[in-house]
Design a protein around this ligand. Sequence first.
Ligand SMILES: [Zn+2]
Length: 365
Amino acid sequence: MHPHPWISSCLALTALACACERDSASNPRREPEPPAVSEPTAGEPLRTESHLFREMAPGVYFATGSGAVTVESNSLVVVNADHVVIVDSHVTPDAARALISSVEALTDRPVRYLVNTHHHFDHTHGNAALPPGVVVIGHEATRERMMGDVFAEPVYDELAGVEAAQSMVRATESLLARAADAESKAALEIELAALRRHVEAVREFEIRPPDVTLQRRLTLHSGHREIQLLFLGRGHTGGDVVAYLPAEKIVFSGDLLQPMAPYMGDSYPDEWIATLAALEQLDFQWVLPGHGEPFSGLAEIERFKRFLRGFQAEVRALRESGHSAGEAAARMELRGWEAYASWMLALPTVMELQVRRLYDLEDEG
Ligand SMILES: [Zn+2]
């Protein structure tokens, strides 16, 4: 395992001390107390060089990148009585190794399970960095896609390969050259260093699909802790799994539900709306998304359903007026959704993949 040369900040040392206290307080031979539902910690997240960990309930951490390493997606880390469960492994083995090293600052318990919410590269290409004994769990459709030719995945060239990483470096270099003030220059320097590291990181490439698959539901039990892995229907992909902790009232949603427009190039938009209705039936307080910040309540679900319907309606109207998928993609405006969908409006080739997907689904009838 990697040493911790980065445990230099007071916060990281405090995190380590807290983890030790918790470890001694919860001797696995004693039956642990039922987990209490608590408000997310109002204080600062625990920090390592590469990650921030927000403790949403005792032992349940929402893990995000600090900016020093390109992670491209959020993870969930659950510290159980004698092991750790991680949901989603980031975009590269390098990013996943940084996550595992950071988890070692939270606890000395070993990672036993890694769950993939779906097959997309930004949630699974870190899988290969997990120790061999870690069990990788995902939907059977996720395994199927990962057993296929991932280089042929339509979005691979656009967003996942070396060239995509190099073009992000060039874009950031040009932003840096034009940066006006010292503060934005400093932020861009950090981003550029992370992206240059990422260009090398994506060259290390080994697909590790789930060893254990589920169709509908699989539950991980540890003491009073219950992590339900639920397939509620197709949506963002054919195999979206959410991690639901009923006692803590937390759901890690992957890309099925985010506070921004998710990629739709592998989606089933009509079924997605029904799947979101099933998600609404869960008793949760917090949604921890695969991208973006945690949120509570049902407003984000309603907003996203409206976006899905609006996106479909715009594509259908363009198709009915005789446009090809390519032409339609170039004409997509998503009026009123400019901020919510800004990233896809900025990437014409991604928009085309999404529109083409909806055309294909209509063709299939
Ligand atoms: Zn995704």
